[in-house]
Design a protein around this ligand. Structure first.
Ligand code: ADP
Ligand code: ZN
Length: 296
């Protein structure tokens, strides 16, 4: 049984094939340029794959915002992204037409939540939140075993944080909101606040305590709203493992013993955890989408 996956990202597309055990058997990285150019390379790759193997399904995990409503005229489109060239691109439809097969489609972060549920840190949990902290901040959620959509899909990165938390003269880098989580705590936000790229900041820099506070405030809100059984953090910034104990401490302080569950009060290090599938996370997310639909 083989499944195809496409991880559509703002800087690169990752195409590949995998099996139900979560093993990636082949992979191709394509830089994200203009939609026509990038998508034609994706099509070329899967034409080649289809000539050699029979795929049981193909999944597409994309940056957004996306239209995921099957009743909408623009179902399958990337919608209002700040990446100008990719605005209103019918990514699902164009790939389906060229490859002559159905493609299972969701946000990159919903797909990552599903992959972590299937093979990673969220096994045996039916209520999983996955958050990426990278160039942007995004969150995906599996609720009662189903990926959460709704009006649009979760946009956890843009929740507003209390202003007393912010560095007094910094309202964030988000062009839409002041003091939103992504604007304050994404990789580019760290660099904008401190003048140094996140990966170059020394371990004892005050940026890390502040970063952990921002992330903890967002996470505490998510715990209160969605009541997840596990929160999985991935993305470039979370390679800084020292953030985890700081986040744990701040989440406990913010919740202030209100939620009296051992997961939070006693074993929070097993509740807010790093992503396990880091290496192929995005691609496995796309493959998990294909597997999920194939089984339902
Ligand atoms: P993307 O979000 O574009 O998919 P990443 O998840 O790798 O990609 O996020 C890129 C961001 O993460 C950049 O802003 C970069 O500064 C930051 N980043 C990458 N590696 C590290 C690291 N080791 N420590 C801290 N920040 C990092
Ligand atoms: Zn915002």
């Amino acid at each position: 049984m083989l499944y195809g996956g496409i991880e559509a990202g703002g800087t690169k597309f990752v195409c590949g094939i995998g099996n139900p055990q979560g093993e990636v058997l082949d992979k191709l990285v394509i830089p994200t340029t203009a939609p026509k150019e990038t998508l034609s390379k994706v099509v070329e790759y899967f034409m080649q794959v289809q000539s050699e193997h029979s795929l049981n399904g193909l999944g597409l995990a994309s940056f957004g915002p996306l239209d995921l409503n099957p009743h909408s005229d623009t179902y399958g489109f990337i919608t209002s992204t700040p990446k100008q060239k990719w605005q209103h691109v019918n990514i699902k439809g164009e790939l389906e037409k060229a490859l002559n097969c159905e493609i299972y489609f969701d946000t990159d972060v919903n797909a990552a939540a599903l992959a972590e549920h299937r093979w990673g840190a969220g096994i045996d949990k039916n209520n999983v939140v996955y958050i990426t902290v990278g160039t942007g901040i995004g969150g995906g959620a599996l609720v009662n075993g189903q990926l959460l959509h709704g009006l649009l899909h979760p946009e956890m990165g843009h929740m507003r944080l209390g202003e007393n938390n912010a560095k007094s003269d910094f309202a964030g880098v988000c062009p839409f909101h002041k003091n939103c989580l992504e604007g304050l705590a994404s990789g580019p936000a760290i660099e904008a606040q401190w003048g140094i790229p996140a990966e170059k900041l020394p371990d004892d820099h005050p940026a890390w305590e502040m970063e952990a506070k921002y992330l903890a405030e967002g996470i505490a809100n998510i715990i209160l709203i969605l009541s997840p059984e596990i929160i999985i953090l991935g993305g470039g910034v979370m390679r800084q493992r020292k953030l985890f104990p700081k986040i744990h401490k701040h989440v406990q302080a913010l919740l202030n013993n209100y939620i009296q569950k051992p997961e939070i009060v006693e074993n929070i290090e097993d509740y807010i955890v790093p992503a396990k599938l880091d290496k192929h996370a995005g691609l496995l997310g796309a493959i998990a989408l294909a597997l999920n639909e194939g089984e339902s």
